[in-house]
Design a protein around this ligand. Structure first.
Ligand code: CA
Length: 228
């Protein structure tokens, strides 16, 4: 049975998280003060931490940063502001996913499961990748089939593909694709991703390679299936 540590100072919300996770078969513990996290971790084991950003004692940012110095335990950061996620992604804290409040507890459970699933396949070996990229022709290959991408589509796919599982915010992707100018809007990225996904679906109808992470951005993950 997987154990989830919930760090949340809103008691009502924490209780809801505990209920849903226990119903989904997880073992849980919950802490309401940031200062309790490290002492708890010294004597207990957990498989994943749901970490609220704003906490009394010590905030989630600080906890995440310190935790990453010695631990790879999966962390899902929870924040009350969707705009905050972009900033958090920019800080490269090493969190595995981000959830914005208010969230549906069902979605939270799905995200916990997805992160744990990804954890079981920590590195996707080259041979297990669903597609290969041809940098010379900007083509993407799957077995005998291949498809041509535009320059932007190829750059987007390449960025995501090189770091499977990592969430890229729209602004991060924009920086990668258009390093000199910020005249493009978030929608531009969305529309390129949409076209890219359509092409990838034509190539591999039964796989979803690029996942959108609500409120956060996109990630490449050939192993991750949305199951509820
Ligand atoms: Ca809080």
């Amino acid at each position: 049975m997987n154990h989830i540590l919930i760090v949340e100072d809103e008691l009502k919300l924490a209780r809801l998280q505990v209920d849903y996770l226990q119903n989904a078969g997880f073992d849980t513990d919950f802490l309401s003060n940031g200062l309790e996290v490290f002492p708890w971790l010294k004597v207990n084991h957990t498989d994943l931490i749901l970490l609220d950003l704003m906490l009394p004692g010590r905030d989630g940012l600080d906890i995440c940063r310190e935790l990453r110095r010695f631990s790879t335990v999966p962390i899902i950061m929870i924040t009350a502001r969707i705009e905050e996620i972009d900033r958090l992604l920019g800080l490269e804290l090493g969190a595995d996913d981000y959830i914005c409040k208010p969230f549906s507890p069902r979605e939270m459970v799905a995200r916990v499961k997805a992160v744990l699933r990804r954890q079981q396949v920590p590195t996707i070996e080259a041979g297990a990748r669903a597609v290969k990229l041809d940098h010379n022709s900007f083509r993407v290959l799957a077995g005998e089939q291949d498809i041509e991408l535009t320059t932007v589509e190829f750059q987007l796919l390449q960025a995501l593909y090189q770091q499977p599982g990592r969430i890229f915010s729209r602004s991060k992707l924009m920086d990668l694709i258009y390093p000199d100018q910020r005249i493009v809007s978030d929608r531009t990225i969305d529309s390129h991703i949409k076209k890219l996904r359509k092409k990838l679906t034509d190539l591999l109808p039964d796989q979803e390679l690029i996942h959108s992470v609500y409120g956060a951005g996109y990630r490449y993950d050939p192993q991750d299936r949305v199951v509820d």
